[in-house]
Write a protein that binds this ligand. Structure first.
Ligand code: FES
Length: 102
């Protein structure tokens, strides 16, 4: 695995989602209002829809297409119709940078 800078801490405000592409990997980066930064694969497991176009509600991402919900830290399904988790990635803070191991 290799660690990549995905954004600066100021690039994403609390409550926001942001799509980040590192090579051929697309991530949905989230800044939870409690201060955590999280990342999951930026594709819903129900259909090919970018989760970063959805909404962050607490620590859950809601897909903009049919409303599936995923825990932003673990990728676990929290609401149907999706029934498979999205891949979650740990986000580390290094100074002002957000780093993800891919
Ligand atoms: S595409 Fe995400 S819930 Fe259907």
């Amino acid at each position: 695995m290799a660690k990549h800078r995905v954004a600066g801490m100021d690039d994403i405000q609390p409550g926001e989602l942001k799509r980040v592409e590192i090579g051929d990997v697309a991530l949905c980066l989230a800044h939870v209002k409690d201060g955590r930064f999280c990342a999951v694969a930026d594709v819903c497991t129900h259909e090919e829809v970018e989760l970063s176009d959805g909404y962050l509600d607490g620590d859950e991402i809601e897909c903009p297409m049919h409303g599936s919900r995923f825990n932003v830290a673990t990728g676990a399904v929290r609401g149907l119709p999706a029934n498979q988790p999205v891949r979650a990635y740990a986000v580390e803070i290094d100074g002002d940078d957000l780093m993800v191991d891919l």
